[in-house]
Ligand binder design. Structure first.
Ligand code: ZN
Length: 159
C-alpha cells in the first residue's frame, strides 16, 4: 500500500460536505482499504489526524492518533462540548506552512462507529479533543484557517 496524495487548499474537494458511510458499507473492502490508506498517509505525513476529504474521498471518516493508538471513526458526531474554551495552535496537512490560533472546546464527547461498524462513544480531552474538532470540521468542508486568528507562516502542519 502506498500513501495517498493529500489535497491542499484551495482544492474544491476540501470544501464539500462529506456523505455519511452507510452502516453496511463500513466493513466493505473498499472502506477498509480507505481507512488503512488514510492511517498510512497520516503517519507518513507526520500527522496526528486526517480526514477522508483531505485525500479526495467525500466520506465521513476520520483517523486520529489518541493516547491509546491510531483509530478510525466513521460518521463521528460531537454530542457534547465543554463550556471551557482553549486557544489551540493548529496547522493542517492541507494548508502547509501555515499555523494559527483557533478557539476550541477543551473537551468533547464524540459518538461514532468504529471500523468494525460498532457504536463507540469517546470522551476526549486536551490534544485529542482538539484533533476531533479539527477533523470533524473537515467533514463539513471547514478548514482551521476559516476560524483562526493570528495566522502565521510556520512549518507545523500536523492535523
Ligand atoms: Zn486539517
Amino acid at each position: 500500500m502506498t500513501p495517498l496524495h493529500v489535497l491542499h487548499e484551495p482544492s474544491p474537494e476540501l470544501r464539500k460536505v462529506a456523505a455519511p458511510v452507510l452502516d453496511f458499507a463500513i466493513v466493505d473492502a473498499k472502506t477498509q482499504e480507505l481507512i488503512d490508506a488514510l492511517a498510512l498517509t497520516m503517519v507518513e505525513e507526520n500527522g496526528v489526524g486526517i480526514a477522508a476529504p483531505q485525500v479526495g474521498a467525500s466520506e465521513r471518516i476520520i483517523i486520529i492518533e489518541t493516547p491509546s493508538g491510531v483509530h478510525a471513526y466513521i460518521n463521528p458526531e460531537i454530542t457534547s462540548r465543554s463550556v471551557r474554551i482553549v486557544d489551540s495552535m493548529e496547522g493542517c496537512l492541507s494548508v502547509p506552512g501555515v499555523s494559527g490560533i483557533v478557539k476550541r472546546h477543551s473537551s468533547v464527547k464524540v459518538k461514532a462507529k468504529n471500523r468494525l461498524g460498532e457504536d463507540v462513544e469517546v470522551k476526549a480531552n486536551g490534544l485529542t479533543a482538539i484533533i476531533f474538532q479539527h477533523e470533524i470540521d473537515h467533514l463539513d468542508g471547514i478548514l482551521f484557517i476559516d476560524k483562526a486568528t493570528k495566522l502565521t507562516k510556520d512549518v507545523r502542519s500536523r492535523l
